[in-house]
Design a protein around this ligand. Structure first.
Ligand SMILES: [Zn+2]
Length: 627
């Protein structure tokens, strides 16, 4: 089913691409540096008029390049927004509408397309959420090198495990460039620092005491300065293309939103965008017409002399560089992030001086009179509302054509309006950060506050359940997780955790049901298969146990635990010879594993091979003692 979809999308590309090739450029293609600065509000940057911070690197880049005063991201969350920057597609078109959703190979990225033109490509990320082995599968496509986080982090600290400081990120990028001098290069540098929690290093933590968000921005800017100094020193700066852009903004309490992700107001969608072109082209220009971060990908492809796919939602910014563009572009906003908490997703249109937000309680703002979006002028018969709804319908049908499926936002109005849930969300977010930082007491207290507001909040119930599971309070964990899966029966992970908690409380039938439910939703979970196999063994159902261990071995063929479980099930079933044979093989590679010899003794004794059974038993005892 899925492959048909992919093939169809590829077929479409094959038909459309030849016509889309732009003429090859005569001059050698420029180095391209894409700098994304996380959580950077446009109005907190010096060259955007802010006077309380310090962004000298961004400000001087603006003097050397073109500054877009009105640039908007289609998404207020990191992975979705970055996927749009890399593909030139709206979230509903590229499909990465939440963390962990893979970027489909059907959607070509700027990295893939410039690599095909001979570019050397590398990506340096500042947060584990963009790790392609973790929450950003597919983002590494097209990169010769993608600087993922270590798979097993030895540290409990945030740094190096969840986040890298900007200076570390740029040093990695500079090292790579020094080791790979032959260009042209396409390098993506992601500076995560301004994202909460706001913990800038010294001296920024001191200088910006009381407004640490600005401190993080000043620190990220210093990392950018370090990188730009490196580019100048190595002779790469003058003829390069450098794009500096925020992936989204930050609520900072506006509309009661502390951080970002839920709403589509300008506080989280208006971002700085600066494009420095080779040879000081357009240096110092300010463009006031509205553009989108979607437009970055087609722009970079054009500058690299690479083909621009027809399948895109963005357009090259070239007309603005040469002063040919007469109008701004409509900026669409999409957030499915509220769905994660069971609330309605939002859609917006920002065009011709107004913004329309489609929600259970829709909103319309006249941005000329009400830039802060405080006075809702929605009225269903308003011509601007009707035009916006027609534009959103058009976007939905385009997205469905590109994605090859219908979007998720079909029946949003039965869900709560996120405007009524934002206090809850602020608490949930604070709890998430607390548990990331291993402050479980803070996390627990915050989650209990959420449950006081909404006793059925599935997110709070699940997170509290996970915390109790880690803390070893299995009865409480099972109670919360049961609550979570009742509200949201399609949450495979909550069911898995519930199964773990119930197994620990020796409720084997309950554990079985929860694990079966989880695996029905997500069949490829190795740990869940393994645990369910053990539960079936304990329930004296070796046939069902065998199925689970075999399924686990299909997922991880080398797993010793799954092999032992399978042998155990075979012994219980009476397949003694088969069990003995696989255990003998296993004993050669697992010569120090007492469990192997315990099971071997059982198999031998069942087969009447008493001497060998005694030997295996003795070996198991020695190993047990030496453990
Ligand atoms: Zn972000």
């Amino acid at each position: 089913m899925k492959s048909v979809k992919v093939l169809r999308a590829l077929g479409l590309l094959l038909i459309l691409c030849p016509a889309a090739f732009s003429a090859p450029t005569k001059t050698p293609p420029p180095d391209i540096f894409l700098i994304t600065i996380d959580t950077l509000r446009a109005d907190h940057v010096g060259c955007y008029g802010y006077t309380h911070g310090a962004t000298p690197a961004l400000d001087s880049l603006a003097k050397d390049g073109v500054r877009f005063a009105q640039a908007f991201t289609p998404s207020p969350i990191t992975n979705t927004s970055h996927a749009s920057i890399l593909t030139g597609l709206l979230p509903g078109s590229h499909g990465v509408t939440d963390f962990g959703v893979p970027l489909s190979a059907a959607h070509q990225t700027v990295a893939e397309l410039v690599k095909a033109q001979g570019y050397r490509t590398a990506a340096f990320i500042g947060a584990v959420i963009l790790d392609s082995k973790n929450l950003a599968p597919g983002f590494d496509r097209g990169f010769d090198f993608y600087d993922n986080f270590p798979e097993h982090s030895s540290t409990k600290s945030r740094w190096g495990r969840i986040e890298r400081r900007g200076m570390v990120v740029v040093e990695h990028a500079e090292d790579w460039l020094s080791k790979h001098p032959a260009g042209p290069h396409f390098v993506w540098v992601h500076l995560y620092d301004p994202h909460d929690p706001y913990e800038p290093p010294m001296p920024y933590s001191q200088i910006y005491k009381g407004r640490l968000y600005d401190g993080e921005i000043a620190y990220a800017d210093s990392a950018l300065a370090h990188f730009i100094a490196y580019l100048k020193r190595s002779g790469k700066y003058a003829n390069s293309v450098i794009v500096a852009v925020g992936d989204h903004g930050e609520g900072l309490g506006e509309h009661h939103e502390d951080t970002h992700g839920i709403f589509l107001y300008d506080s989280t969608t208006h971002v700085p965008l600066i494009v420095k072109l080779p040879g000081r082209r357009g240096a110092g220009t300010e463009v006031t017409m509205q553009v989108r971060t979607l437009d970055i990908m087609p722009t970079l492809l054009e500058l690299a002399g690479a083909p621009v796919p027809q399948k895109r939602d963005g357009e090259s910014l070239e007309p603005y560089f040469v002063g040919k563009a007469e109008a701004g572009r409509p900026a669409f906003g999409e957030t499915d992030y509220p769905l994660r908490f069971g609330w309605a997703p939002l859609r917006s249109v920002r065009s011709e001086g107004f913004k329309f937000i489609e929600a259970p309680r829709p909103e319309l703002y006249d941005l000329q009179l009400d830039a802060a979006e405080l006075s809702n002028k929605y009225e269903p018969r308003d011509a601007r509302v009707q035009k916006s709804r027609a534009m959103l319908a058009e976007v939905r049908s385009t997205e469905a054509r590109i994605e090859g499926s219908t979007t998720t936002a079909t029946e949003p109005f039965s869900l709560p309006d996120p405007k009524d849930k934002i206090e809850e969300q602020n608490l949930l977010h604070a709890a998430m950060i607390a548990s990331e930082d291993n402050r479980s007491a803070d996390a627990r207290k915050t989650l209990e506050k959420v449950l006081a507001l909404d006793p059925k909040s599935p997110t709070a119930l699940r997170q509290l359940g996970e915390l109790e599971l880690q803390a070893g309070d299995y009865v409480q964990a099972a109670h919360h997780l049961k609550g979570a899966t009742e509200v949201r029966p399609d949450d495979a992970m909550a069911s898995f955790y519930e199964g773990q908690a119930l197994e620990k409380t020796h409720d084997l039938a309950g554990a079985r049901d929860a694990l079966e439910a989880s695996l029905k939703l997500m069949p490829g979970q190795f740990q869940a298969r393994l645990l369910l196999g053990q539960v079936y063994l304990a329930l004296k159902d070796p046939i069902a146990a065998e199925d689970q261990f075999e399924a686990a071995l299909l997922l991880q063929s080398g797993s010793v635990e799954a092999q032992l479980g399978l042998a155990d099930a075979q012994i219980t079933k009476g397949n003694l010879a088969e069990a003995a044979q696989s255990l003998e093989a296993l004993s050669k590679v697992q010569a120090k594993n007492a469990h192997v010899f315990e099971l071997l003794a059982k198999a031998y004794s069942g087969l009447g091979r008493k001497m060998e059974a005694r030997q295996a038993e003795a070996r198991a005892k020695v190993l047990q003692r030496n453990k």
